[in-house]
Write a protein that binds this ligand. Structure first.
Ligand SMILES: O=P(O)(O)OC[C@H]1O[C@H](O)[C@H](O)[C@@H](O)[C@@H]1O
Length: 541
C-alpha cells in the first residue's frame, strides 16, 4: 500500500465514512481526477481553473529531470556544495522537509532577520549556490535575499551568474530579471499554487542540488495517484472527509504528531498547506505543530506514521500528494476556496505602507521589564512580564480560542550559545532550549488548556498568518521582536533588512488589532538576556 489512512476512533471513522459517501454521491472523486474547477463553487471557479496542476505533477514533473540534472552536474563540477534556498512559504517548506528527511544539508532563507542572513552569507560563500525561488517573483523577502547575495558575490569577485539559479513562473518579473542577469531559469507549472508546489520545480530543484533523490519522491507520489481517482480506498478522500467533517463538528485544531516517522519536519509543511488553504471567511482548521495533544473537545490529532485519531502512513512523496488532495477536499466540505489567500495580502500592504512612510510607528512601551519592552493596550498597570502573560492567557476564549506566539527573531541563534566541549548531548540540548524563544510555547502551554502555537516571523505570515486573520476570530497574539545589532542593506532598496523585519511585525500587528484581537508585542532590547527573561517570566506565571 502506497499510503494508508487509518482511524483509531469510531466516532471519527463514522463521520469520515458518512462524508465520503456524500462526496462520492456528488462525484467528487471523478470530478477532481478530471480537474473540475467547479468543485468549490462559482466564486472559486476562475482561480481553481488555474490551480489544479498539482494533481498530475508526479508524471509531468519528470520532464524537468534532465534540466535539473544539468544544473546538478554543473554545480558539482564547480565544487558548489553549499546550497542556499531563498523562498517563502510553499517555495521553501517542501525542500526543507525533503532535504532534512534525506539528511542532505540545505540552508533555507525564509527570514528577514539580519543576523540569520549574515550567518548564511558568512558560510562558505566561495562554495555557495543560491536558488532564488518565487512563483510570483514579487515576494519582498526573496527579492531582498537575491539582491543581498548578488552584492555579496560581486564584493567577493564572484560573478552572480555563475552562482544564482532561479525558479519561477513563466512571465514573472523575476523571470525577466533573471534573463537580463544571465541566470539559469527553471520555469514551474503556472497551474500550481505555492502551497501545492511540493512536487513541482519548487520542490525538486533545490532538493536535487542539495543531493536528495527526487525521482524516488515522484515515484512514491505516482504510486498513490491511481488511488486518488477511486470512490473506495481513496486515502485523500478519506483524510479530507475526516478533516472537514471534524472541523464542522467543532474539532478545528489539528495537532500534528510525527514522533515515530522517519519523515522529518512534515508538520511544518502541512501547517502552511492547511492553514493558508482553509483559514478564511471566518472558518478553517488551525494546525498545531510541536505540541502535545491536550485532550480538548476541539482537537483532532493526526499522526504521520504515528498514532493519532487518524494516522497517515507512507513515504514523503505520497504524503505530499495525499495531504494536498485532502486539503482540497476539506475545502469543499467546509465551503471555502482552498486556493486563495485573501488576508496574506493585507499584512503585506500594511508593511509596504509603513516602509514608505519614514519613521516606523513603534510607539511607547506600556511597561519595561529588564531587557523586555512590552507594547500593548491597557497594560500600563501590569506589574511585570509574568502578569502580562497571565492576562494574555486569561484573554483566550474558553471553548475554542488559541494563543499564537510569533517571533521575528533569528531562528538559529540558540545554537550559538557556548557549550562545554565535553558536554553530553543532553546538556547541549538543555543549553540550546534555554536560549531558544521557541521554548516559550511549551512553558505557556502548560499554563492553559487552550492550544498555543509558535511561528517564526515572517515565515508564519505565509502559513498560519492567513488563518489568524481570515479564520475564526478567537486568537490571542503575542509578537516578539528584537534589537538589531548589525543591520544589512538591501541593495537598490531604501530599507534595510532590520527595518523590513520590524515593518512586517508592525504591519501584521495592525491587521490583528484592526480586528480587535488582543495583541501584545514584546521587544527584546538585548536579545540573549531578553529570551532568558521571557522564559523565566513564563515559569513564574
Ligand atoms: O512563491 P512566491 O510567489 O514568492 O510566494 C511565496 C508564498 O507567498 C504567499 O504567502 C502565498 O500565499 C504562499 O502560498 C506562497 O508560497
Amino acid at each position: 500500500m502506497a499510503v494508508s489512512v487509518t482511524f483509531n476512533e469510531d466516532r471519527l471513522a463514522e463521520q469520515a465514512a458518512e462524508t465520503v459517501r456524500a462526496l462520492v454521491a456528488d462525484g467528487v472523486h471523478e470530478r477532481l481526477a478530471a480537474g473540475d474547477a467547479a468543485l468549490w463553487g462559482e466564486e472559486a471557479r476562475a482561480e481553481a481553473a488555474v490551480r489544479l496542476g498539482w494533481l498530475t505533477l508526479p508524471l509531468t514533473s519528470r520532464e524537468l529531470l534532465p534540466e535539473i540534472g544539468i544544473l546538478v552536474e554543473r554545480a558539482r563540477a564547480q565544487g558548489l556544495d553549499h546550497v542556499v534556498l531563498a523562498g517563502m512559504g510553499g517555495s521553501s517548506l517542501a525542500p526543507e522537509v525533503i532535504c532534512t528527511t534525506a539528511d542532505v544539508p540545505l540552508t533555507v532563507l525564509d527570514t528577514t532577520d539580519p543576523a540569520q542572513v549574515r550567518r548564511a552569507l558568512a558560510d562558505r560563500l566561495e562554495r555557495t549556490i543560491v536558488v532564488v525561488a518565487s512563483k510570483s517573483g514579487g515576494t519582498v523577502e526573496t527579492d531582498s535575499h537575491r539582491r543581498i547575495y548578488e552584492q555579496a558575490f560581486r564584493d567577493a569577485g564572484i560573478d552572480p551568474a555563475e552562482r544564482i539559479v532561479v525558479v519561477t513562473d513563466p512571465g514573472s518579473p523575476l523571470e525577466q530579471a533573471a534573463i537580463e542577469a544571465g541566470y539559469p531559469v527553471i520555469l514551474a507549472d503556472p497551474n500550481v499554487g505555492g502551497r501545492y508546489s511540493a512536487l513541482s520545480a519548487f520542490g525538486l530543484v533545490p532538493s536535487a542540488l542539495a543531493g536528495a533523490d527526487v525521482l524516488k519522491l515522484l515515484d512514491d507520489a505516482a504510486a498513490v495517484q491511481p488511488l486518488l481517482a477511486q470512490a473506495e480506498g481513496n486515502p485523500g478522500l478519506e483524510l479530507g472527509a475526516a478533516l472537514g467533517a471534524a472541523a464542522l463538528a467543532g474539532r478545528d485544531k489539528l495537532v500534528l504528531e510525527d514522533s515515530m516517522s522517519e519523515i522529518n519536519g512534515l508538520p511544518d509543511w502541512i501547517e502552511q498547506l492547511v492553514a493558508e488553504s482553509t483559514g478564511k471567511s471566518g472558518k478553517g482548521i488551525l494546525p498545531v505543530v510541536g505540541a502535545d495533544p491536550n485532550d480538548s473537545d476541539d482537537e483532532l490529532v493526526a499522526g504521520i506514521d504515528s498514532d493519532g485519531s487518524v494516522t497517515v502512513a507512507g513515504p514523503l512523496g505520497a504524503q505530499f500528494l495525499v495531504w494536498e488532495y485532502a486539503t482540497a477536499v476539506a475545502g469543499r466540505v467546509l465551503g471555502i476556496d482552498p486556493f486563495n489567500q485573501p488576508n496574506v495580502t493585507e499584512s503585506k500592504e500594511n508593511t509596504n505602507r509603513l516602509l514608505a512612510a519614514g519613521e516606523l510607528p513603534v510607539g511607547a512601551p506600556a511597561l519595561v521589564d529588564g531587557p523586555v519592552e512590552v507594547y500593548g493596550e491597557g497594560l500600563e498597570d501590569a506589574k511585570d512580564l509574568s502578569e502580562v502573560f497571565t492576562r494574555l492567557l486569561q484573554d483566550i476564549p474558553d471553548d475554542d480560542g488559541y494563543l499564537a506566539v510569533m517571533a521575528y527573531l533569528d531562528r538559529e541563534a540558540a545554537f550559538d550559545v557556548p557549550v562545554a566541549e565535553d558536554a553530553s548531548f543532553e546538556a547541549m540540548t538543555d543549553a540550546w532550549s534555554a536560549a531558544d524563544p521557541a521554548t516559550l510555547r511549551g512553558l505557556l502551554a502548560v499554563r492553559t488548556d487552550r492550544p498555543v502555537t509558535f511561528g517564526w516571523g515572517p515565515r508564519f505570515l505565509h502559513s498560519t498568518g492567513q488563518y489568524h486573520k481570515g479564520g475564526p476570530q478567537n486568537g490571542v497574539f503575542l509578537q516578539i521582536t528584537g534589537a538589531v545589532e548589525a543591520d544589512l542593506e538591501v541593495p537598490g532598496k531604501p530599507y534595510t533588512l532590520g527595518r523590513l523585519q520590524m515593518a512586517q511585525a508592525l504591519g501584521d500587528q495592525g491587521a490583528l488589532t484592526g480586528r480587535a484581537r488582543p495583541t501584545v508585542r514584546l521587544h527584546l532590547t538585548d536579545r540573549a538576556a531578553g529570551v532568558a527573561r521571557l522564559l523565566a517570566a513564563a515559569r513564574e506565571v
